[in-house]
Design a protein around this ligand. Sequence first.
Ligand code: SAH
Ligand code: MG
Length: 215
Amino acid sequence: MTVYDDRFSQYITDLFAAQDDGLRHALEDSPKQGLPAISVKPEEGRFLQFLVRTCGVRQAVEIGTLGGYSGIWIARGLLPGGQLITLEREPRHAAVAREHFEAAGVADRVEIRIGDALETIRSLSAEGPFDFVFIDAEKSGYRAYFDWALANVRIGGVIAAHNAFRHGALVDPHNTEADTEAMRAFNRRVASEPRVISTIYPGGDGMVIAIKNVE
Ligand code: SAH
Ligand code: MG
């Protein structure tokens, strides 16, 4: 019997994912500024922070900044002197995120790069290898982002990707939307990749996690 449901999600959030003013502000202010309310949940943010610290991350990349909520969690998991480079296509989202990074006290550790991440990742390779990559942008790009991440993280580096469950659509056999099929293909791609050890963390909307094992 699986016992995990929203009550346990809330229980974890209340116990382990308490938000300070900076996090709460980023989460609540983003929709007020017209951004979609699609940030990771506190429970997932805490998990990202935990991952980043367990793998001793100095150089992290995020693909899909939005209002900076997940970026604040990631930035707060970095080792001292570490840096997060976060990629965002929409200048408006980047401007809002910049305010939120400042309010949360992490602006000194975070650099936002504006542009289509499918393009900006190309020149970013020269700044690697990276310790951690978080993928949370358009679903049709996930496979390309994963291939890039796999080539640009060190051995022992971790790749995480949000929305593994696509709000339940993935396990609904009648749902054949393009983004659902894209996530199914993505999950299969990661699961069958022999260079990583991977699984899905089932909190929130599901997080694909993969650690690079060999070059
Ligand atoms: N990680 C954020 C949520 C990201 S939502 C959080 O949890 O707080 C997805 C973001 O990806 C949006 O801001 C969207 O504008 C951006 N995005 C979508 N396609 C993109 C692309 N090709 N390149 C860069 N950013 C993209
Ligand atoms: Mg997401």
